[in-house]
Each structure stands twice: as C-alpha cells, then as structure tokens.
Write a protein that binds this ligand. Structure first.
Ligand SMILES: [Zn+2]
Length: 79
C-alpha cells in the first residue's frame, strides 16, 4: 500500500492545488484539459481573453485555472 504523501504546506489548506496566480502555465506537467473561455482581461498583459483549464498539480490535487494564451500566466485559480 502506498503511504499518503500530503506534502504539507504550513501556509495553505490541503484542499487547494499548489498552482498560484502569476505562475507560468505548464500545460503538460499539469495535465491541462481545456475547460472554457472567459471574456476577461488578463492581469498581466493587454489580452482580452483568457482560457480555463482543468489541471492536476504535482501532488495530485485537481482544480481549475484560467490562463492567458498570450503571456501564458495563470490569471485565476478556481474550483
Ligand atoms: Zn496575458
């Protein structure tokens, strides 16, 4: 049996994925699957559309993120 590896972070709840706003998009590492499009302005550049993806982080937690296709930065993390 595999021991549960919680990779405890003292500042974050375990419910949330470890991906945070402003990080560079790592689609392959995060097993990103397209979720939806948002008509929202990017926080980091002048792009007017961002794309939502379902992702899984290194610790196996899943969540959804919104990424700008232009600068490839994470604009939001949502559940
Ligand atoms: Zn951008």
């Amino acid at each position: 049996m595999r021991k549960a590896d919680l990779h405890v972070d003292q500042h974050q709840e375990h419910l949330y994925i470890t991906i945070s706003v402003g990080e560079e998009f790592k689609g392959i590492d995060w097993k990103a699957q397209h979720d939806m499009e948002f008509n929202t302005e990017c926080l980091f550049c002048s792009s007017e559309n961002i794309t939502g993806y379902r992702v899984e982080d290194e610790t196996g937690r899943t969540g959804k993120i919104a990424v700008c296709p232009t600068c490839e930065k994470v604009n939001a993390v949502y559940i």
